[in-house]
Design a protein around this ligand. Structure first.
Ligand SMILES: [Zn+2]
Length: 323
């Protein structure tokens, strides 16, 4: 929130005089019969004069909202890991590839650099915070730069979530806010509508207003279909409600959003290939649902258990694992 004085300064920068500003603010307070504060009135006057006072960081695209098929992604993330640049040859061409793992407070994503783009790998290091202008391809949850993309170092602090955290827990001992990994059976799936629509710019959920699909920030946009599946998992200690979004939903359904859309248009169920009772490893975060006063698990990733990994974990050989 900007202070009253800051808002007044912004109004002055729009060419309004001090007395003019005071008059407008007084009038606004009167208009609302004194029910709004001086600050509130100043905010309204600012909005009427075309000043955008919304905190930019709130509207920013967060990693958890990145989905396949976004043409213009602008994201700020902290570098969690950079792979070495690998050369490869395909047919009779040679190329280079490098993966940069970025994190913010909502999740992590891989940025893949190709050929000349890999030159930047020498100039960045783990811990740097960078702004990336890029895109995601259809059906692929991975950032790319492309012809118009770029990377800029920025001076910002980001509390990124750790990547690949093997923080195995039981459902019984979960508490709100934690990031954990669970091994459990998927015991129920709620067969609701698995598709909703997101804004191609900010990735937020699109709402319907008078029959028109709109992003609250960006107005009428070409919506991107996105998946959501919810169910219940049980690990023998307890059960918990789980929600799968994006690629986790894709993995559990065995289909991407476009394929689900097509199936539903044909009047078929999107849930046919789900095997109830099957064991999975779920990674994600624990969230409190205040409405129902219960914990829920938001799944970022789901995979089938790897037998050797599981045995090592059982015999406590976890620390001996190789990167
Ligand atoms: Zn938007």
């Amino acid at each position: 929130m900007k202070s009253y004085e800051e808002v007044v300064e912004l109004l002055k920068s729009k060419g309004l005089s001090e007395s003019d500003i005071n008059d407008k603010i007084e009038n606004k307070i009167e208009e609302f019969s004194g029910l709004i504060s001086k600050e509130g009135a100043a905010y309204m006057v600012a909005a009427e004069n075309g000043i955008d006072l919304k905190e930019k960081s709130d509207n920013r695209l967060k990693i958890k909202n990145i989905i396949p098929g976004m043409k213009n992604v602008e994201i700020v993330g902290k570098i969690m890991r950079v792979s070495s640049v690998k050369e490869f040859s395909r047919n009779d061409k040679t190329g280079k590839v490098c993966s940069v793992y970025l994190g913010d407070e909502t999740g992590t994503i891989r940025l893949t650099l190709w050929d000349d783009e890999t030159d930047v790998a020498d100039k960045i290091k783990v811990g740097d915070v960078i702004k990336v202008y890029g895109y995601t391809r259809e059906g692929q949850l991975e950032l790319r730069l492309g012809r118009y993309g770029k990377i800029i170092k920025v001076d910002e602090k980001i509390n990124a979530v750790p990547i690949n955290e093997k923080n195995r827990s039981t459902i019984k001992s979960l508490s709100a806010g934690e990031r954990k990994e669970l091994r459990a059976a998927l015991v129920k799936v709620f067969e609701g509508k698995p598709i909703f629509y997101r804004c191609p710019i900010c990735g937020k959920r699109i709402i319907e207003e008078n029959g028109v699909l709109k992003c609250p920030e960006h107005g009428e946009v070409e919506p991107i279909p996105s998946l959501v599946v919810s169910g219940i998992i049980d690990d023998g200690t307890e059960n918990i409600r789980v929600v799968f979004f994006r690629n986790a939903a894709e993995k559990i359904l065995g289909m991407n959003a476009k394929e689900v859309e097509t199936k539903m248009k044909l009047g078929k169920s999107a849930y046919d290939s789900i095997e109830l009772g099957k064991d999975y490893i779920f990674s994600g975060r624990v969230k409190r649902n205040d409405l129902f006063n219960r914990l829920e698990f938001i799944v970022d990733d789901v995979r089938e258990p790897n037998v050797i990994e599981e045995i090592k974990m059982l015999i406590g050989d976890e620390n001996g694992k190789k990167e």
